[in-house]
Design a protein around this ligand. Structure first.
Ligand code: GCV
Length: 700
């Protein structure tokens, strides 16, 4: 297929596409990945398509050479870390000499693996674009994390749970725009179909690979409907076709499975993970999968959570559950990724005991199981203890599990962060979370996997944000979130500004540099702005229950979901201290526990997560708590106007389509921010009776 397709958006490859179109340079490329394996084939076809260049067998005359080497790539240059074999070294001769044809030196891209050559090739392609800030001369880079994964919450009926960019790119409904040969087996009366839009899947896989994503789970962790049967033929053969595309771009493919599949599919009377019939059922299922998908990555499992079945029903632990899958997968080199998002959603808001504190749930369910998981099992833990809120402290499980492979889980999709309507580039949040792991100057790249029984099984996973929308992500600027996630997985310390500037230069190559920087600045400010006008100071869950967009301060307050802010006439926040509250603070190591126990040393961002405080409480900056909340909400809403001004200044540099789409969404964001401001300020004024010192008008 052609690389670019005018009906689709090229995301951050736009600059490379433009360069390719304009390029009159002729390349001759020599690549030593000559095998017939999927990645080598893909690498060669990408080179030919992007450079319009012949592949030559003689490296002596080549202008670009891609070659596999050891980790010691050149004199004094060595690729390091647990994923060194995916790293690359690029040598670009000085541009001017090369351009003028004075240099006889070729561009050299080298890596210990073909996958690494593919990453190096994209990195060179991006860096070779004149307007991009990245111009490698002699650059060496390897990923900080071995697992860099995207989770699709796509469902077999074409919907995407928490998706804000249209229908699934993988699945659809009979009658919608799907390729007929991919329609499911009408004799079974199925309405759900594999969409069969191969071009779009190839494009998506390419985007993923271009930022170093190396694993993908193809379906939602809530496994419903026909998705339960993806592990069996005839559905499995369709999954295998999709897997083949992603594998060729270096991504391992995973499936989410339903713990109850043996009963649903084959009528087994028990699902007990220690029962040999159940084990055998999974063994056979896994064998069949590997016949179809020899490099299959493994399973992702959500169990005993939000209504999903799991081992608790049989008096077994989550380690028993995970290890059953691990045993079946180990025989083929596969991995089970077991989610730690397990909590009892049936609580009572009046109960303020430790047992009712949802923040404790993951820790309570898993800390005792440290060291009990199989070597090919990984525990996937959401970054915060509750649920992807705007501000949460790091989940204490990351400190407790010293003998377990761990993945830290994020959302690229903006479930609680504005649905890709409001501008929200969450890289600062992810970086903050990862940085909490840093201990005694050991960098994040090492701390997450420091104690992992298998150092290859550690890293990050995030829920993706793409769909069938023309620009992939609904809001064209939300493409930056996907790009940023890839960059962050690769380099855990990459500064936000450098990512936003890279992205903006690659995505808006027609913009002058000043305006590229303006767009980058909008991204850099956006997460902070959103935090200012949404739920205050880490209290969380004041969001509208009907979809999680916009304010709903009472929506979860008296429900059974265990997520309360406890605002009353005296104060607001959840007391999680050891001295007086749910004792959650005590789940942290001493240093952090000491900091969180005292409101004066707790970071403002998570103040109300840890403390129930009176409205008159003096903040570090001298303002009262209530005044700070009023001020933040007014400031947040006002700063959206500033985002609009900045975007307007870019108008003449941005194509009409993207300019209008973003403008429209910024106006919606403005309305949302004002609604948050007015609703929150009114809500807390009603409780506290304390007026805004500045006498600003609250509209409601
Ligand atoms: C896939 C939150 C989301 C759910 C999601 C769940 C999870 O509760 O709102 O949509 O379910 O997290 O991570 O499993």
């Amino acid at each position: 297929m052609e690389i670019t397709n005018d009906t689709a958006d090229e995301m951050w490859l736009r600059a490379s596409v433009m360069m390719r179109r304009a390029n009159h340079q002729t390349f001759e490329v020599n690549v030593d990945a000559t095998g017939e394996d999927a990645v080598s084939l893909r690498l060669r076809s990408e080179i030919v398509q992007w450079l319009r260049a012949p592949l030559v067998s003689d490296s002596a005359h080549a202008t670009v050479i891609l070659r596999t080497v050891t980790a010691q790539v050149a004199d004094g240059l060595k690729l390091e870390g647990p994923a060194a074999d995916e790293g690359w070294h690029i040598h670009v001769p000085a541009l001017s000499e090369h351009e003028k044809g004075k240099s006889s030196d070729p561009v050299i891209i080298e890596s210990p693996s073909t996958r690494g050559l593919l990453y190096g090739f994209y990195a060179w392609l991006e860096g070779a674009v004149p307007s991009a800030s990245m111009k490698p001369q002699d650059k060496i880079s390897s990923p900080d994390q071995p697992i860099r994964m995207l989770d699709q919450w796509d469902q077999s009926d074409g919907s995407v749970e928490r998706g804000y960019a249209g229908e699934s790119i993988f699945y659809g409904r009979w009658g919608s725009n799907v390729h007929s040969e991919f329609v499911n087996f009408p004799d079974r009366g199925a309405q759900d179909v594999f969409r069969g839009d191969t071009d779009r899947l190839i494009a998506y896989a390419r985007f993923c690979a271009s930022v170093g994503i190396n694993a993908i789970c193809l379906n939602n962790v809530n496994v419903r409907g026909y998705a339960i049967r993806f592990i069996q033929d005839p559905w499995l053969s369709r999954v295998a076709q999709i897997a083949h595309i992603f594998e060729s771009f270096g991504l391992s493919v995973f499936l989410s499975v339903n713990f109850a599949a043996p009963r649903i599919i084959s009528g087994l009377s028990t699902l007990d993970p220690c029962n040999s019939d159940v084990q055998q059922w999974w063994d056979k299922t896994v064998d069949r999968i590997y016949e179809r998908i020899p490099h299959f990555g493994g399973f992702v499992v959500k169990a005993d959570s939000e209504g999903e079945p799991g081992p608790y029903q049989y008096g077994r632990t989550h380690a028993d559950g995970a290890n059953m899958f691990a045993r079946a997968l180990a025989r083929h080199g596969g991995t089970v990724i077991w989610r730690a998002f397990v909590y009892n959603s049936h609580t009572d808001w009046r109960d303020r005991s430790a047992a009712a504190d949802r923040a404790r749930a993951a820790w309570e369910n898993f800390h005792d199981l440290d060291g009990k998981f199989a070597k090919n099992a990984v525990l996937q833990v959401k970054f915060g203890p509750v649920d992807f809120q705007t501000s949460e402290p790091l989940n204490p499980l990351f400190f407790a599990m010293k003998h377990t492979n761990l993945i830290m889980e994020f959302e690229v999709t903006a479930e609680y962060l504005g649905h890709q309507i409001d501008l929200n580039f969450p890289l600062p949040q992810w970086e903050q979370m990862a940085s909490w792991l840093v201990e005694k100057n050991v960098p994040v790249s090492k701390t997450l996997g420091l104690y992992a029984p298998n150092p290859q099984l550690t890293g990050f996973a995030a829920v993706s944000n793409v769909g069938m929308d023309w620009n992939w992500t609904g809001n064209p600027l939300a493409q930056a979130n996907l790009f940023g996630y890839g960059r962050f997985c690769w380099d855990n310390n990459i500064p936000t500004t450098s990512v936003s500037e890279q992205w903006s230069a690659l995505t808006f190559p027609r913009c002058d540099q000043d305006h590229q920087k303006t767009i980058a600045r909008m991204l850099d400010q956006s997460n902070e702005i959103y935090k200012h006008y949404a739920a205050p100071l880490g209290v969380g869950f004041m969001v509208n229950r009907d979809g999680h967009y916009g304010p709903g301060p009472d929506d979860y307050e008296f429900s059974r979901w265990g997520t309360y802010h406890f605002a009353d006439r005296d104060g607001i926040g959840v007391d999680r201290t050891q001295s007086n509250g749910t004792g959650y603070v005590g789940l942290y190591p001493e240093k952090q526990a000491k900091m969180f126990e005292n409101p004066n040393t707790t970071p403002d961002d998570v103040l109300l997560f840890f403390h129930h405080l009176p409205y008159a409480f003096r903040m570090k900056d001298g303002r009262s708590l209530i005044q700070r909340i009023y001020d933040d909400h007014f400031e947040g809403a006002a700063r959206v106007e500033d985002l609009i001004r900045q975007w307007n200044s870019c108008k003449k540099f941005v194509d009409e389509c993207r300019w209008k789409e973003v403008s429209h969404r910024l106006l919606l964001q403005q309305a949302n921010a004002c609604e948050w401001r007015d609703e929150m300020c009114t809500f807390l004024y009603r409780f506290s009776g304390i007026s805004d010192e500045h006498g600003r008008k609250i509209n409601r």
